[in-house]
Design a protein around this ligand. Structure first.
Ligand SMILES: [Cu+2]
Length: 173
């Protein structure tokens, strides 16, 4: 992995050097001002349009992945299991630590002191979903676990000195 990053970085340095060299050698030759403005106004018009089109597509596509409870319930179905989650400095408290495979689970998440980030990591280390744990407020997170195994909860919001020990596990089977 590190060697790969090193190779990519090295190739990038070569590419960037070539670009700078190309710019530096061309800079000595004068270019007519009209030629420059023609290119720039073309870029501005079509570049802006391209960005707007990409943003519009991203906006529409992202509607299918809304994290809100109602849109998740429409996609995953109403939950068959509820887990009460409380975050505090520096521990997570879960009302149950064994969850069913392939069923919609609702996490009812709050905190007693400061904001914490309730992040669920799959057995392979991927962050699969997350929600804020906030004092005086309850967030509801729906998720369906399609892979069995031991999942890890980590805090995603820096909450003072014990933040890094704020982790626990639950099992999906
Ligand atoms: Cu934290």
């Amino acid at each position: 992995m590190q060697v790969g990053v090193g190779v990519v970085f090295f190739l990038f340095v070569i590419l960037w050097t070539a670009v700078l060299w190309w710019v530096a050698t061309r800079a000595s030759r004068p270019t007519p001002y009209e030629a420059v403005t023609r290119v720039v106004s073309w870029l501005r018009r079509w570049g802006t349009l391209a960005v707007l089109v990409v943003l519009a597509i991203a906006f529409v596509v992202s509607l299918f992945f809304l994290p809100y409870r109602a849109s998740r319930a429409a996609r995953l179905g109403e939950p068959s299991v509820t887990v009460e989650v409380t975050g505090r400095m520096w521990a997570w408290e879960l009302s149950r630590t064994t969850l069913p495979l392939g069923q919609t689970v609702e996490f009812v998440v709050t905190a007693t002191d400061v904001n914490h980030g309730f992040g669920i990591f799959a057995p392979d280390g991927r962050l699969v979903t997350q929600v804020q744990a906030m004092p005086g407020y309850t967030n509801r997170l729906l998720y369906r676990f399609d892979e069995p195994g031991t999942y890890t909860i980590r805090c995603l919001e820096f909450c003072a000195t014990g933040h890094h020990v704020m982790r626990t596990e639950f099992v999906v089977e």
